[in-house]
Ligand binder design. Structure first.
Ligand SMILES: Nc1nc2c(c(=O)[nH]1)N[C@H]1C(S)=C(S)[C@@H](COP(=O)(O)OP(=O)(O)OC[C@H]3O[C@@H](n4cnc5c(N)ncnc54)[C@H](O)[C@@H]3O)O[C@H]1N2
Ligand code: MOO
Length: 413
């Protein structure tokens, strides 16, 4: 039986050309598209090219306060109050012996070099202070409350670099510089294939004459991939090796970097992934973990094309945990997220047994530094998985957990 680390390394090696290819291909997207597809919040788009700022940021000297623009050298002089300067207008030059009421963000008039906040003048607030005819200029240093042109970034300087994640902050900076489209790396494209003749696309119903089930893995993995910036689509295929190969050939006519299958890799009589793909290059193996023991991977030759395949067990919890352990770290890193789930050490609230020689991953809810297991160890318990906030690790060598034992948990939401 191989370790989690060995299997993770083999999958990383299989996927490294996939990620390199996607990163090499650059496409142009608008800032609006990035916001609309949700990638500014998760699964960030990654810049494929440097972005140089076409303008100074700020674009012009402007006021940091609502107040009065004046010359600092006028300290103690009586200044005549001229027309107010609102944000969004180009002001007239400030004549000698005058001061202009100015609002936050408004362009500084030529001649003025400082702003006195309205609180320190006359009635102390606008609009009342607009009625003043004159003020006595208080003492201020040159540049006080003036936001200097280019103090954030100079025109021609790099605003962001190739490889940077397009975060909300970067979107703001790009928009401030009036950059409306950016060149980003193409997203990796994954085809998820849920195998099993028991899977139903509709509502299988319930009762004594029902043996069909809903496809949990197609949608859960698609969502999980989306969170790490992958363009994922999902299909279902029955337990028929010929149908599986046909479906893969057909689906690969649409550009695909990686195929992820679920089900059909263990010891049963109808193991479709194993039967169809082992002879074509898939390595079927067992990893010392539970859930997620049966695993397979490799470049698969379909005659018409060769594609990297990662095959997960069919149980819905096994499929998601396999994703968390083997694929999420790789794709998270590729889209600018931390490859590791946030981890912490907590105390077990309950006792639990763990299989000898395997790394067990239980589901739990953490509160006040204590983890309560949600459901048992079985990998069909998808509703319990949905309730969990954390994955709970029981490492190889620990066969029994007692209340109060310290365990590592990963926060998954
Ligand atoms: N004799 C043995 N039997 C099994 C072993 C073993 O070592 N010896 N391993 C068990 C373990 S552990 C797992 S995990 C499963 C893995 O089996 P497969 O990957 O071949 O998956 P299937 O048999 O196709 O399905 C398992 C289970 O999951 C349900 N399933 C499958 N796909 C979906 C889906 N898309 N949505 C919802 N549920 C799905 C399927 O109906 C089965 O109940 O093998 C054990 N058996
Ligand atoms: O390895 Mo299976 O994934 O326990 O349930």
């Amino acid at each position: 039986m191989r370790t989690i680390e060995q299997h993770r390394d083999d999958i990383a090696e299989l996927l490294s050309p996939v990620l390199a290819r996607a990163a090499d291909e650059v496409e142009s997207v608008s800032l609006d598209e990035i916001v609309a597809d949700g990638s500014a919040g998760q699964g960030f788009r990654i810049l494929g090219r440097d972005v140089v700022s076409p303008v100074d940021l700020p674009r012009f000297d402007n006021s940091q306060m609502d107040g009065f623009a004046l010359r600092h050298t006028d300290h103690g002089a009586v200044l005549r109050v001229v027309s107010a300067i609102a944000a969004g207008v180009v002001p007239q030059e400030l004549a000698e012996g005058t001061t202009a009421p100015i609002m936050t963000g408004a362009r500084m008039p030529i001649g003025a070099d400082a702003v006195v906040p309205v609180e320190s003048v006359g009635p102390g607030r606008f609009p009342e202070a607009l009625t003043l005819d004159e003020i006595v200029a208080p003492e201020v240093r040159e540049g006080t409350f003036v936001r200097r042109v280019g103090s954030d970034l100079r025109a021609g300087e790099p605003l962001a670099h190739a490889g940077d994640a397009v975060t909300p902050g970067l979107l703001g900076a790009l928009a401030a510089a009036s950059v409306r489209t950016v060149q980003v790396r193409r997203r990796p494209r994954v085809l998820i294939v849920s195998t099993g003749s028991e899977l139903s696309g509709g509502d299988p119903g319930a009762g004594a004459d029902v043996a069909l089930i809903g496809d949990a893995n197609g949608v859960s993995l698609r969502a999980a991939f989306t969170q790490v910036g992958v363009d994922a689509r999902a299909v279902m295929v029955a337990d028929d090796p010929v149908a599986l190969v046909d479906a893969l050939r057909r689906e690969l006519e649409t550009a695909t970097d990686l195929v992820v299958t679920t089900g059909g890799i263990s010891m049963g009589a109808f193991e479709v992934v194993r039967e169809a793909l082992e002879l074509r290059g898939l390595t079927v193996t067992t990893v010392a973990m539970q859930p997620g023991g049966p695993q397979a991977y490799g470049p698969v030759d379909l005659d018409t094309a060769t594609v990297p395949v990662v095959a997960f067990p069919g149980n819905p919890v096994s499929a998601l945990i396999s994703f968390e352990v083997f694929l999420r770290p790789i794709f998270a890193a590729a889209c600018g997220l931390d490859p590791a789930r946030p981890g912490s050490l907590v105390e077990a609230a309950d006792a639990a047994d763990s299989p000898v020689g395997k790394h067990q991953i239980r589901r739990g809810v953490v509160s006040d530094g204590v983890v309560r297991f949600v459901g048992g160890a079985s990998s069909h318990l998808i509703a319990h998985y949905a309730e969990a906030t954390h994955l709970v690790h029981v490492p190889v060598g620990v066969d029994r957990v007692e209340p109060g034992d310290t365990l590592t948990v990963w926060r998954i939401r």
